[in-house]
Unconditional design. Structure first.
Length: 193
């Protein structure tokens, strides 16, 4: 089975994440997309994150109507902070019959050469890249790499940071979130302070 791994803190997961994941699930040569909830991204401050369990629960709620999209807590069991290369090695060992690829935005591809052991990742895994509004994309070093596949997905510029700030400032963000995710956030009074 060909699995696309869409990593994120999903703090919270929003419709932009689902639009991208569903588009790739339906239009790329992948069988499933796993939304991998990252407990702690080495580039983000831990104190801005909701508890791992709550973010995973929101991904469950958001994806339950999408049979090709699955939530994954695989990184919860790995030492923190974790690196993608370690997660991929762990998944390949645990699911040797599956073929794992990464899903990332063009903005992440620009800084991919800074990732730990990025050459090992490229050697063993495909990368599916969705468009973002960003500068210097034409000059991307990896644009023509045989393992890098550009997907003509919709450009979605919604950020979890914007959603958190809007909730904190008492703005209505319901259209930006799956309804069950909004209900979960509202019920638990998340992001209000």
């Amino acid at each position: 089975m060909k699995i696309g791994l869409y990593f994120g803190t999903f703090n919270p997961i929003h419709i932009g994440h689902l639009i991208i994941a569903n588009h790739i699930a339906e239009h790329a040569d992948l069988d499933q997309i796993w939304m991998v909830v990252t407990p702690h991204n080495p580039f983000k401050k831990k104190d801005t994150l909701l508890d791992d369990y709550h973010r995973l629960q929101m991904v469950h709620l958001a994806t339950e109507d999408f049979p090709k999209i699955k939530p994954s807590d695989i990184e919860f069991k790995l030492s923190q902070p974790n690196y993608t290369v370690n997660t991929l090695a762990h998944l390949q060992e645990k699911f040797p019959k599956n073929e794992f690829s990464l899903i990332m935005g063009e903005d992440n591809l620009k800084s991919f050469h800074k990732w730990k052991n990025y050459e090992v990742i490229l050697q063993n895994h495909g990368i599916y890249v969705y468009p973002r509004i960003s500068k210097d994309v034409e000059n991307l070093e990896l644009r023509n790499h045989p393992k890098v596949h550009f997907i003509e997905a919709p450009i979605v510029e919604i950020s979890s940071t914007f959603i958190r700030e809007s909730i904190k400032n008492n703005k209505n963000v319901k259209p930006l979130l799956p309804s069950k995710v909004w209900e979960y956030i509202d019920h638990n009074n998340f992001y209000r302070k």
